[in-house]
Design a protein around this ligand. Sequence first.
Ligand code: 5GP
Ligand code: ZN
Length: 115
Amino acid sequence: MKDDTCIFCKLAAGEIPSATIYEDQEFRVLLDLNPATRGHALILPKEHFMNIFEMPEEWAAKAFALAKRMSGKMKEVLGCDGFNIVQNNGAAAGQTVFHFHIHLIPRYEHDGAGI
Ligand code: 5GP
Ligand code: ZN
Protein backbone atom coordinates (compact mmCIF):
# COMPACT_ATOMS: atom_id res chain seq x y z
CA MET A 1 0.00 0.00 0.00
CA LYS A 2 1.36 3.41 -0.93
CA ASP A 3 1.08 6.39 1.44
CA ASP A 4 0.60 9.68 -0.46
CA THR A 5 2.11 11.70 2.37
CA CYS A 6 5.29 9.62 2.59
CA ILE A 7 8.44 11.00 0.93
CA PHE A 8 10.09 7.55 0.81
CA CYS A 9 7.05 6.13 -1.05
CA LYS A 10 7.54 8.88 -3.66
CA LEU A 11 11.29 8.25 -3.85
CA ALA A 12 10.82 4.48 -4.06
CA ALA A 13 8.25 4.89 -6.84
CA GLY A 14 10.58 7.21 -8.78
CA GLU A 15 8.12 10.11 -8.49
CA ILE A 16 10.94 12.20 -7.01
CA PRO A 17 14.35 11.95 -8.71
CA SER A 18 17.07 10.31 -6.66
CA ALA A 19 20.61 8.99 -6.96
CA THR A 20 19.51 5.39 -7.50
CA ILE A 21 22.22 2.73 -7.47
CA TYR A 22 19.93 -0.33 -7.77
CA GLU A 23 16.29 -0.98 -8.54
CA ASP A 24 14.05 -4.01 -9.01
CA GLN A 25 10.30 -4.57 -8.82
CA GLU A 26 10.20 -4.46 -5.04
CA PHE A 27 13.07 -2.23 -3.90
CA ARG A 28 15.04 0.89 -4.74
CA VAL A 29 18.49 1.57 -3.33
CA LEU A 30 19.52 5.21 -3.37
CA LEU A 31 22.18 7.44 -1.90
CA ASP A 32 21.34 9.11 1.41
CA LEU A 33 20.73 12.87 1.15
CA ASN A 34 22.91 13.48 4.19
CA PRO A 35 25.55 10.74 4.01
CA ALA A 36 27.41 9.61 7.12
CA THR A 37 30.25 8.40 4.85
CA ARG A 38 31.03 8.22 1.13
CA GLY A 39 28.52 5.87 -0.51
CA HIS A 40 25.96 5.81 2.36
CA ALA A 41 22.86 4.31 0.76
CA LEU A 42 19.32 3.35 1.78
CA ILE A 43 17.29 0.30 0.78
CA LEU A 44 13.64 1.28 0.35
CA PRO A 45 10.83 -1.21 -0.26
CA LYS A 46 8.33 0.02 -2.86
CA GLU A 47 5.51 -0.87 -0.45
CA HIS A 48 4.87 1.33 2.56
CA PHE A 49 5.69 -0.29 5.91
CA MET A 50 6.40 2.05 8.82
CA ASN A 51 8.92 -0.23 10.45
CA ILE A 52 10.03 -3.85 10.81
CA PHE A 53 7.08 -4.65 13.08
CA GLU A 54 4.58 -3.76 10.33
CA MET A 55 6.48 -5.56 7.62
CA PRO A 56 5.62 -9.14 6.65
CA GLU A 57 8.45 -11.60 7.26
CA GLU A 58 8.88 -12.35 3.54
CA TRP A 59 9.53 -8.65 2.85
CA ALA A 60 11.99 -8.45 5.73
CA ALA A 61 13.81 -11.54 4.45
CA LYS A 62 14.10 -10.04 0.96
CA ALA A 63 15.21 -6.66 2.31
CA PHE A 64 18.02 -8.16 4.39
CA ALA A 65 19.05 -10.53 1.58
CA LEU A 66 19.36 -7.45 -0.62
CA ALA A 67 21.43 -5.74 2.10
CA LYS A 68 23.79 -8.73 1.99
CA ARG A 69 24.16 -8.52 -1.82
CA MET A 70 24.42 -4.72 -2.00
CA SER A 71 27.02 -4.46 0.77
CA GLY A 72 29.20 -7.01 -1.04
CA LYS A 73 28.97 -5.13 -4.35
CA MET A 74 29.51 -1.75 -2.69
CA LYS A 75 32.57 -3.04 -0.84
CA GLU A 76 34.04 -4.10 -4.20
CA VAL A 77 33.21 -0.84 -5.95
CA LEU A 78 34.07 1.60 -3.17
CA GLY A 79 37.00 -0.29 -1.69
CA CYS A 80 35.80 0.42 1.84
CA ASP A 81 37.39 -1.22 4.86
CA GLY A 82 34.22 -2.14 6.73
CA PHE A 83 30.46 -1.78 6.69
CA ASN A 84 27.64 -0.78 9.03
CA ILE A 85 24.18 -2.14 8.21
CA VAL A 86 21.72 -0.21 10.36
CA GLN A 87 17.94 -0.28 10.57
CA ASN A 88 16.09 1.97 13.02
CA ASN A 89 12.54 1.30 14.29
CA GLY A 90 10.68 4.01 16.17
CA ALA A 91 11.65 7.52 17.20
CA ALA A 92 13.22 6.18 20.39
CA ALA A 93 15.62 4.17 18.21
CA GLY A 94 16.51 7.15 16.02
CA GLN A 95 14.03 6.59 13.19
CA THR A 96 13.17 9.92 11.54
CA VAL A 97 11.44 8.75 8.34
CA PHE A 98 8.63 6.34 9.05
CA HIS A 99 8.94 4.16 5.97
CA PHE A 100 11.07 1.07 6.59
CA HIS A 101 14.62 1.44 5.30
CA ILE A 102 18.00 -0.19 5.77
CA HIS A 103 21.11 2.00 5.97
CA LEU A 104 24.13 0.67 4.06
CA ILE A 105 27.09 2.60 5.45
CA PRO A 106 30.54 1.90 3.99
CA ARG A 107 33.30 2.51 6.53
CA TYR A 108 36.83 3.63 5.88
CA GLU A 109 39.79 3.51 8.26
CA HIS A 110 39.73 6.68 10.40
CA ASP A 111 36.61 8.07 8.66
CA GLY A 112 35.47 9.60 11.95
CA ALA A 113 31.79 8.80 11.32
CA GLY A 114 29.99 8.77 14.65
CA ILE A 115 27.79 5.73 14.14
P1 5GP B 1 16.43 7.22 9.93
O1 5GP B 1 16.96 8.20 10.95
O2 5GP B 1 14.91 7.34 9.78
O3 5GP B 1 16.89 5.82 10.13
O4 5GP B 1 17.08 7.66 8.57
C1 5GP B 1 16.52 8.53 7.66
C2 5GP B 1 17.58 8.81 6.62
O5 5GP B 1 16.95 9.32 5.47
C3 5GP B 1 18.62 9.88 7.05
O6 5GP B 1 19.92 9.31 6.93
C4 5GP B 1 18.39 11.03 6.08
O7 5GP B 1 19.59 11.67 5.71
C5 5GP B 1 17.73 10.33 4.90
N1 5GP B 1 16.81 11.16 4.14
C6 5GP B 1 15.81 11.95 4.64
N2 5GP B 1 15.12 12.53 3.62
C7 5GP B 1 15.71 12.10 2.48
C8 5GP B 1 15.44 12.35 1.10
O8 5GP B 1 14.54 13.10 0.72
N3 5GP B 1 16.24 11.72 0.19
C9 5GP B 1 17.25 10.89 0.56
N4 5GP B 1 17.99 10.33 -0.41
N5 5GP B 1 17.53 10.62 1.86
C10 5GP B 1 16.76 11.21 2.80
ZN1 ZN C 1 6.16 5.19 2.50
